[in-house]
Design a protein around this ligand. Sequence first.
Ligand code: PLP
Length: 263
Amino acid sequence: VRLRRHADVKVLVDDLRVARAIAKEALKRSVEQSVLIEVDIHMKRCGVLPGQPAVELARKVARLKGLSLKGVLGYEGPFFELPNFDERRTAASSALFSLRDTVEMIEQEGIPVDVVSAGSTGTYNIAGEYPKITEVEAGSYVFMDSTYGKLQGLDFRCALTVLATVISRPVRERVVVDAGLKAITQEFGMPSVKGSEGAKLYHLSEEHGTIEVKRKARMNAGDKIELVPSHCCTTVNLHDRYYGIRDDSVEVIYPISARGRLQ
Ligand SMILES: Cc1ncc(COP(=O)(O)O)c(C=O)c1O
């Protein structure tokens, strides 16, 4: 609510009690807080159920002074388990139909729904085709990662790697790098080693990454290698800055200013 003076940040609500608390705070500060009703169309995470429960919440939230109900958000998720585009489209469509039907039901109550937000990187070109959807929430497409890289039908290539240095090769088949869990996530699986055929990173401890390599592989202490994370989002949050590389030169350094700002 304090940010409202600087930007029109929209807050998701799926609970009337929370909506009332936000409204109270907004009134105290003489601002009108924009909100979206979060509808659970697939993820089974936050979100009121589609259909009647969402309509009832929208009706009550629309009446609260201090809030401005802008619309709804339904995040159908990435569908990593469906690499085939047509299968992903079928699954995502059934989630998106329930969002569309919910929007129509809310509109029938006379409540305008200006914002209908949905879509992930895995479904941006599916959600984006629905006429009712006004905003696609894709985020990971900016960098991609090895998990998204396995999905067919996406137009993005992986831009994000973590640069690691080989610190040891205790035996011919094992290389150890200076990037462990503090540098790269294993959330959706182990990172892959970019451009190194046959190299398999199989373990991450705090500061070490352990890689199985072919006996003949050329990789020695001091060599640099690039690791592709299995999930870009939970890797980015481990670092203070991005190094933008073009033609093997660092062209720009961007601070990751939201890093660690969890409280
Ligand atoms: C609600 C919501 N919208 C959008 C996104 C972005 O999705 P993606 O990074 O798969 O493009 C996320 C990611 O976690 C999310 O939780």
